[in-house]
Design a protein around this ligand. Structure first.
Ligand SMILES: CC(C)(COP(=O)(O)OP(=O)(O)OC[C@H]1O[C@@H](n2cnc3c(N)ncnc32)[C@H](O)[C@@H]1OP(=O)(O)O)[C@@H](O)C(=O)NCCC(=O)NCCS
Length: 257
């Protein structure tokens, strides 16, 4: 299904970059808005702060560009790709998890950085990126950690706590439910406690009452300095970090843009 080496046929490709970096990479080829639908351009204007507008535009432009890259299309075709939405909570189609036929996708943004991930069609995928705060909010451990995880968090750093947060959000986004399901109702187990899974950080979601969540896998992935990120998938797929130059170089080779 994918025209590119290292694409999404049997792996997850993801970008996690500063929004400003995405904006400057798109600058010479029309800017972020050249890769957005009119609806997304209008939606970005709801944000009062320019930085938030840039984050929104960068996340949706990269979502479309990664979809086009995964499908072997030219970047010029990105803006016209049909993006549908579905909320796993209420079934609504005007909000919730976005999708493009032929590829599985997820997007996230957080205060100056964006992340998009793509996997094979029919797979299950969730991505989350967060800027590291100075401190977590009051009640973070009870809201985020399952009872079995709380003792481990007692001496954990902010980074470790945020790594748990992005892992939970990635799982809940992969399941399509988001925070409609409390993160503390899902435990993340190292697979059989093996050294391998502890080293790679690969965990499995334990939530027997929710079949769409139970058994999803999640791992931390590389993010820009000052951020943490995670990718969750239904099957154990290798995750490959793609750079903006790599994505554009491959797209440009396979198209006339
Ligand atoms: C999904 C959610 C966890 C993301 O929170 P966040 O960390 O603030 O935001 P992120 O930047 O990481 O992700 C936002 C993106 O997640 C995607 N998303 C939204 N809802 C989603 C869902 N249910 N499942 C998977 N992805 C979802 C969208 O692409 C969204 O960006 P967009 O609206 O600009 O397209 C949060 O928005 C949420 O819980 N939403 C659902 C709440 C809900 O169920 N409400 C009831 C509606 S009936």
């Amino acid at each position: 299904m994918n025209a590119h080496d290292g694409g999404t046929a049997d792996s997850v490709a993801f970008l996690a970059v500063a929004s400003a970096e995405a904006a400057s990479a798109c600058g010479p080829i029309g800017g972020l808005q050249a890769f957005l639908s009119p609806g997304e351009i209008a939606a970005s204007r709801r944000f009062r702060r320019t930085e938030d507008q840039t984050d929104y535009q960068a996340s949706h432009a990269l979502f479309r560009l990664l979809a086009a890259w995964s499908l072997g299309l030219s970047p010029r075709e990105a803006a016209a790709l049909p993006v549908a939405r579905r909320c796993g909570g209420c079934g609504g189609t005007d909000h919730g998890k976005p999708s493009v036929p032929g590829v599985c996708l997820s997007l996230s943004r957080s205060h100056g950085a964006v992340m998009v991930a793509a996997g094979p069609e029919g797979s299950i995928l969730g991505a989350d990126i967060e800027r590291l705060p100075e401190q977590v909010f009051d009640g973070f451990d009870d809201f985020t950690a399952a009872p079995s995880e709380r003792a481990l968090l007692r001496s954990a750093s902010v980074t470790d706590r945020m790594l748990l947060w992005v892992a939970k959000e990635a799982v809940l986004k992969a399941a399509g439910v988001g925070l409609a399901v409390e993160p503390s109702s899902v435990a993340l187990a190292f697979n059989g406690g093996t050294h391998g899974s502890r080293r790679t950080g690969l965990r499995t979601a334990v939530c027997p009452g929710r079949p769409e969540i139970h058994g999803l896998e999640v791992r931390p992935v590389t993010a820009p300095p000052g951020y943490v990120a995670a990718v969750s998938s239904g099957a154990r797929l290798p995750a490959h970090r793609l750079s903006l130059p790599e994505m554009f170089a491959t797209s440009l080779q396979t198209s006339n843009v």
